[in-house]
Design a protein around this ligand. Structure first.
Ligand SMILES: *[C@@H]1O[C@H](CO)[C@@H](O)[C@H](O)[C@H]1NC(C)=O
Ligand SMILES: *[C@@H]1O[C@H](CO)[C@@H](O)[C@H](O)[C@H]1NC(C)=O
Ligand SMILES: *[C@@H]1O[C@H](CO)[C@@H](O)[C@H](O)[C@H]1NC(C)=O
Ligand SMILES: *[C@@H]1O[C@H](CO)[C@@H](O)[C@H](O)[C@H]1NC(C)=O
Ligand SMILES: *[C@@H]1O[C@H](CO)[C@@H](O)[C@H](O)[C@H]1NC(C)=O
Ligand SMILES: *[C@@H]1O[C@H](CO)[C@@H](O)[C@H](O)[C@H]1NC(C)=O
Ligand SMILES: *[C@@H]1O[C@H](CO)[C@@H](O)[C@H](O)[C@H]1NC(C)=O
Ligand SMILES: *[C@@H]1O[C@H](CO)[C@@H](O)[C@H](O)[C@H]1NC(C)=O
Ligand SMILES: *[C@@H]1O[C@H](CO)[C@@H](O)[C@H](O)[C@H]1NC(C)=O
Ligand SMILES: *[C@@H]1O[C@H](CO)[C@@H](O)[C@H](O)[C@H]1NC(C)=O
Ligand SMILES: *[C@@H]1O[C@H](CO)[C@@H](O)[C@H](O)[C@H]1NC(C)=O
Length: 394
């Protein structure tokens, strides 16, 4: 792994997990100083961390130009490492816009590129985003359909902000990225909310990483990092493939119709000592409100792990619908598996199914009575892209 990639991997983990624990800051700083970091890694860490926390790691290597340590004669531009075939050529159906936080191509912020995309463009606008963490809140209005975010890998490129329900006028507006347009795509990029992780009982600490409110959106190789309410899968038909999704309470929520294939679902709820029965998280909170809505979350070949003692889902609204198929679950899943939001009238209307799952958390012998052990026929509609009419648009 190159030092830049190492840096971003470190940054993402540090920011995602430890942003709330202030005591970590001095520990982290001193350990960074103790390491003999190479110049590029050091600069990257420094520039990655300082905008957020106002830290200064004592690094004054360069802004846009610096001397190569081994060759004081040669001036090296930070843009020299820019891949030669970037941005990729436009075609007669695509427009390409390029974003680089160091100013090496068209735009330094993602929002500036989004704003430059045409209104109701019939062409697809590919926004190519170089490695780095982009500290900004990004909104894609309804008038900007057909936008693609192309990152360099979910551990290399990320958009991060720290809005919370209380700072943003409600959970629904706290997203670091908000997508209101149709036909959005994202590849190899992460969406992060780095607000402090709320303590149990805190009010207003919900912090969404991305809200997806347009129809026909797809995500390939993406990361979603947050704690409570990470992924607001709000409405429309959506597809997620090979994604990494991290959170604690209700970390995939909303009223969309979505298929998640080959995704890792990682709980960061506080570890619960063996024998304790407390519940401190839930993977999903699907919000289907009536039987007339054709919405639901289907998970195919997922893996669920991490920490805490959590439910697979809880019934945010009465007709909540979620299916897990061919999914491995560790023992962080509580034996009852699901929760009806403490409203027994919902037991008649919620649809919670499991099919061919495995692992210690998938033992269904103590599941809540309304949970369905799906047979082959019942499971079929949830197992492939036909669930989201993907044959028509994916
Ligand atoms: C678009 O380009 C392809 C080749 O890249 C060509 O076959 C096609 O005819 C072009 N379509 C239009 C509408 O120009
Ligand atoms: C982006 O940069 C490329 C290469 O410099 C240039 O050809 C293109 O016109 C720029 N696009 C915009 C929208 O500024
Ligand atoms: C899109 O439309 C809005 C409002 O009509 C306008 O302010 C904006 O300049 C337009 N953007 C582009 C890129 O045409
Ligand atoms: C997206 O672009 C395609 C052409 O690439 C076009 O057919 C389609 O209508 C566009 N979608 C939207 C919502 O504008
Ligand atoms: C977000 O981060 C900024 C800069 O560190 C800080 O001033 C602000 O209070 C944070 N907002 C929230 C809601 O934590
Ligand atoms: C995304 O990243 C993976 C792994 O790094 C790579 O194999 C794949 O080609 C990338 N896809 C796109 C569309 O960038
Ligand atoms: C299931 O997902 C894993 C990644 O989590 C992937 O490696 C594997 O190929 C997937 N299996 C199928 C049958 O798609
Ligand atoms: C899935 O489980 C059912 C029983 O619940 C079984 O009949 C079926 O063979 C299994 N299918 C696969 C592909 O494992
Ligand atoms: C499932 O859980 C029940 C009740 O705790 C237990 O008796 C049974 O052995 C478990 N089954 C498996 C396959 O672990
Ligand atoms: C699956 O379950 C449904 C509903 O309980 C039932 O009508 C159907 O006969 C079952 N199918 C199979 C193949 O067991
Ligand atoms: C998806 O599943 C449906 C059944 O729900 C089936 O008719 C269809 O052929 C499957 N499509 C693919 C691409 O496997």
């Amino acid at each position: 792994m190159g030092s830049k990639k190492t840096c971003l991997a470190v940054l993402i983990v540090v920011l995602a997990v430890f942003s709330s624990t202030n005591f970590m800051v001095p520990v982290l700083l001193s350990s960074l100083r103790d390491l003999s970091l190479d110049a590029e890694l050091f600069t990257c860490l420094s520039s990655g961390l300082s905008p957020l926390f106002g830290w200064h790691l004592g690094c004054h290597h360069h802004r846009h130009r610096h001397k190569h340590p081994d060759d004081s004669q040669r001036t090296v531009s930070i843009c020299d490492n820019f891949p030669p075939d970037i941005p990729p050529p436009e075609t007669n159906t695509t427009v390409t816009l390029c974003v680089d936080r160091n100013g090496c191509c068209n735009f330094t912020t993602v929002q500036a590129a989004v704003d430059a995309a045409g209104n109701f463009s019939q062409k697809r606008t590919v926004i190519w985003i170089n490695s780095g963490i982009y500290y900004e809140k990004v909104t894609i209005l309804r008038t900007r359909p057909n936008i693609t975010f192309q990152g360099q890998g979910y551990l290399s490129t990320a958009i991060a902000w720290n809005g919370t329900a209380s700072s943003s006028g409600g959970t629904f507006y706290s997203g670091s990225v908000q997508v209101f347009s149709n036909n959005f795509m994202a590849r190899n990029i992460s969406f992060m909310n780095i607000a402090p992780i709320p303590n149990p009982g805190d009010v207003g600490g919900q912090a969404v990483a991305i809200r997806i409110s347009g129809d026909q959106a797809s995500f390939w190789g993406c990361g979603f990092f947050g704690a409570q309410d990470t992924l607001h899968d709000d409405r429309g038909r959506h597809y997620f493939r090979d994604c990494y999704i991290q959170g604690s309470i209700d970390f995939i929520f909303g009223d969309a119709r979505s298929l998640y294939e080959n995704c890792q679902l990682i709980s960061i709820a506080a570890p619960v000592p063996p024998g304790q029965k407390v519940i401190n998280g839930a993977v999903t909170a699907h919000g289907r409100a009536s039987k007339d809505e054709n919405t639901g979350f289907a998970f195919m070949n997922a893996s669920i792990g991490g920490t805490g003692r959590i439910w697979l889902g809880r019934a945010w609204r009465p007709f909540s619908r979620v299916v897990f198929a061919f999914t491995t679950m560790t023992d962080i899943i509580a034996p009852e598996g699901w929760n009806d939001f403490n409203d027994a009238t919902r037991d008649q209307t919620i649809f919670y199914g499991e099919y061919n799952c495995s692992g210690a958390g998938a033992n269904m012998s103590l599941r809540a009575p309304y949970v369905q052990r799906l047979n082959d026929t019942q499971a079929l509609p949830f197992l492939n892209i036909s669930f989201i009419d993907g044959d028509q648009w994916l």
